[in-house]
Write a protein that binds this ligand. Structure first.
Ligand code: FAD
Length: 318
């Protein structure tokens, strides 16, 4: 299959791509196929599949003692990627995260990906789980995305965890990382965050995908600052259309982003869900058009596995 960076290099116009979530545990992969199919006419060169780590739940037992149980609500990222590539003949990009993984488990997951012919990974730290508040690495896991990145880069050089493993095959992963036009919420300053991004790029990250944003100026400023810092890899904007009024408060709280006044006012004036969706679609189309003019290599949409809204946006653009 093809590396994301090669797909970008060979493109002569802005490409369309999107991200999907694995289905909830117990649901069929058909829901994913059903979400992807309507978007295939826009020729996505790659599709991202998110990774969702375990959560802890506490169950009250008969003796009134609490039992701590681990659940993973959306397993299957690796299998879904293989199934997507097999069915749609398109590259799938699994997200791999530090949280919940030991280095050895990560190595084994990367070996599986390599066997499956998956050559792209988006390397992330992962968010803290709800019950913990702040991110806690596994005792033998990675603390920051740069450490996980180092492990992937090492495997690309044939260096595995076991020192005695000589003459091991080198993998050939193309590596994406996350960037935050409005700063990652834990970073003390934008400069600090950019320096950490630069570190990831110097260590071997091939491209950056951004957190969602609703004000293009923030993205333009971010790209300029990245370039000033010497971060010269492709920067792919991540876009999400607003679909409900509730998202006016949920998105800033969840993703630590600001919404522009014009967008907030327009959504606030809506009387029905259908009106909100229409405003969200129009805003996203305008954002996309401006970003295309700016010359972004790809427009990457967060679909939340619902394709109808993103399809309407893609129809206006691609
Ligand atoms: P890092 O690069 O490790 O940065 C985390 C914080 O630590 C930042 O504030 C950074 O400035 C700081 N930092 C970085 N390196 C160092 C260092 N060496 N020393 C001190 N400070 C440092 N989460 C999921 O769980 N699953 C997904 O599938 C997923 N997909 C995503 C896709 C995209 C495009 C984006 C933007 C985010 C995604 N996330 C996902 C969320 C992501 O995991 C969180 O935002 C997480 O909190 C940070 O991940 P990161 O890779 O940016 O971390």
């Amino acid at each position: 299959m093809t590396k994301v960076t090669d797909l970008l290099k060979n493109a002569n116009k802005t490409l369309f791509s999107f991200e999907i979530l694995p289905p909830m545990k117990g649901e069929s992969i058909k829901s994913i196929f059903g979400a992807i199919e309507p978007l295939m006419e826009f020729n996505p060169p790659f599709i991202d599949v998110t990774y969702h780590r375990e959560e802890y739940v506490y169950k009250i037992r008969e003796n009134n003692l609490l039992e701590k149980r681990t659940i993973r609500k959306r397993p299957g990222t690796v299998g879904i990627c293989a199934a997507i590539m097999n069915r749609f003949k398109v590259d799938a990009v699994p997200h791999i995260i530090c949280g919940g993984f030991s280095k050895e488990e990560t190595e084994n997951a990367l070996i599986d990906l390599n066997f499956l012919g998956i050559e792209n990974v988006l390397v992330l730290r992962g968010d803290p789980i709800k019950s913990e508040g702040a991110f806690v690495a596994e005792p033998d896991g990675h603390r920051y995305a740069c450490h996980l990145l180092e492990q992937v880069v090492n495997m690309n050089k044939g260096i595995y965890l076991e020192e005695e493993m000589r003459n091991s095959i080198a993998t050939d992963f193309c590596i994406g990382v996350a960037g935050y036009p409005e700063k990652h919420f834990e970073a003390p300053s934008m400069r600090f965050d950019l320096q950490k991004l630069k570190q990831k790029v110097e260590m071997g990250a091939d491209y950056v995908v951004t957190q969602m944003f609703f004000d293009n100026q923030k993205f333009f400023d971010y790209v300029n600052k990245c370039r000033e810092e010497g971060i010269n890899v492709p920067i792919i904007p991540g876009l999400k259309p607003i679909t409900t009024k509730k998202q006016l408060t949920v998105l800033p709280r969840t993703f630590f982003i600001d919404l522009p006044d014009d967008l907030v006012d327009a959504i606030d004036r809506c009387k029905t869900d259908a009106e909100v969706k229409q405003v969200g679609i129009e805003w996203c189309i305008q954002q996309s058009k401006e970003l295309m003019k700016f010359g972004v290599p790809v427009l990457h949409y967060y679909t939340m596995s619902k394709s109808d809204i993103v399809k309407k946006i893609a129809e206006a653009l691609f």
